[in-house]
Design a protein around this ligand. Structure first.
Ligand SMILES: NC(=O)c1ccc[n+]([C@@H]2O[C@H](COP(=O)([O-])OP(=O)(O)OC[C@H]3O[C@@H](n4cnc5c(N)ncnc54)[C@H](OP(=O)(O)O)[C@@H]3O)[C@@H](O)[C@H]2O)c1
Length: 320
């Protein structure tokens, strides 16, 4: 048993892997924990914990029993054509991460709703200019795309603040106080009642590029904010960034807050940095706490070694 190996495969080389190796070694004394690139017999590797590993690196591990994403998303794993078929892939579901995402979503929705940038500008100019048209939260329709672990929590908290909240998912969800829309057939109705669109979808072959000009043009035009707002913390691959800029310039969109981008870090030359309608955050809406993630994955490995099923295994066909 002690010969079995957990391999940590992350981008950024051995330096980036070292804290994870140490965290797992503390929790799993019966396993050898190694970093990708260490001299390890591939036939001893039973488990891999990965984040944006180099593609192909997991291809020749004949005894591999499970792969764990070090984050909530698995698009980085499933994009690897060398990911061994038939090996379960599990993701992180962490209440701390979920709460952090809801904090970020609330901050961004409230910031657009209460015109935070406008008042920051006014303060910089020592200008007192009240807006009597400020609507109540109940008059603002928020639409959450993706009603999974993150979307459902964010939607519930937005509803608690008073927003008129709906959600959209692939299969029908049933959540108290939430107007639920499902599938392509109900997408238009969902978009047509949405003033602030919050995207919390996973990146899959079905969702890649979904947030394009065609979709943004279907958002509500009769809202109280003076135009629709886009907020994306799902993945950059969900959005067409040129379309977002064009929609901001032609008035289809009033504003956008983006945490995720097609290429990260966002290039310094990207016009998104400087557009007055865009707020950029550096893909940190919900960072994983490494200690919590190590606890969760070590717990999964111990359960698996005791013959119990893994939690949060993704469907490799659905790709989330
Ligand atoms: N920015 C950050 O810091 C950060 C941090 C963590 C995670 N994320 C991102 O957030 C994503 C969502 O996380 P999660 O834990 O909430 O995922 P999840 O629990 O798997 O939920 C995914 C949701 O998206 C829906 N969905 C998937 N494909 C769809 C499609 N083609 N059409 C309509 N709905 C679709 C699912 O529908 P069903 O309900 O029908 O299955 C589900 O409601 C992650 O994949 C990751 O990319 C970002």
């Amino acid at each position: 048993m002690a010969d079995d190996v957990l391999m940590v495969a992350v981008d950024g080389g051995p330096g980036a892997a070292a804290p994870w190796v140490e965290a797992f070694a503390r929790r799993l004394p019966d396993l050898a924990v190694a970093a990708l690139g260490d001299a390890v017999d591939p036939a001893r590797v039973r488990y891999v914990a990965a984040w944006k590993h180099p593609h192909g690196a997991l291809a020749a591990l004949p005894a591999l029993e499970a792969v764990f994403s070090l984050g909530a998303g698995v698009d980085h794993l499933l994009a690897d054509p060398g990911l061994p078929a038939g090996v379960p892939v599990a993701r992180v579901v962490d209440p701390d991460l979920t709460n952090r995402m809801s904090e970020w979503v609330l901050l961004q929705v409230l910031s657009h709703h209460r015109q935070a940038r406008r008042y920051a500008r006014q303060q910089a100019e020592s200008r007192w200019d009240d807006d009597p048209r400020q609507p109540a939260a109940r008059a603002v329709r928020v639409g959450v795309m993706g009603l999974g672990v993150l979307g459902l929590d964010a939607a519930a908290k937005l509803a608690l603040v008073g927003f008129d909240v709906a959600g959209w998912s692939r299969s029908r969800r049933d959540a108290p106080g939430l107007a639920c829309y499902a599938g392509a057939a109900e997408l238009d109705d969902f978009l047509g009642r949405t003033d602030i669109l919050v995207v919390l979808l996973p990146l899959t072959p079905d969702t890649a590029g979904l947030v394009d000009a065609g979709l943004l043009r279907r958002l509500a035009r009769d809202g109280r904010l003076g135009g629709p707002v886009l907020i994306n913390a799902g993945r950059g691959g969900l959005q067409r960034e040129d379309d977002i800029l064009a929609c901001l310039d032609d008035g289809t969109l009033r504003a956008a807050t983006l945490d995720v981008f097609a290429r990260e870090p966002l290039d310094r030359a990207s016009p998104l940095w400087r557009h007055p309608g865009v707020t950029v955050t550096p893909h940190n809406a919900a960072l994983s706490d490494p200690e919590a993630v190590a606890d969760l994955i070590a717990g999964q490995i111990l359960a698996h070694r005791a013959g119990r099923p893994l939690d949060h295994v993704v469907d490799r066909v659905r790709a989330y």
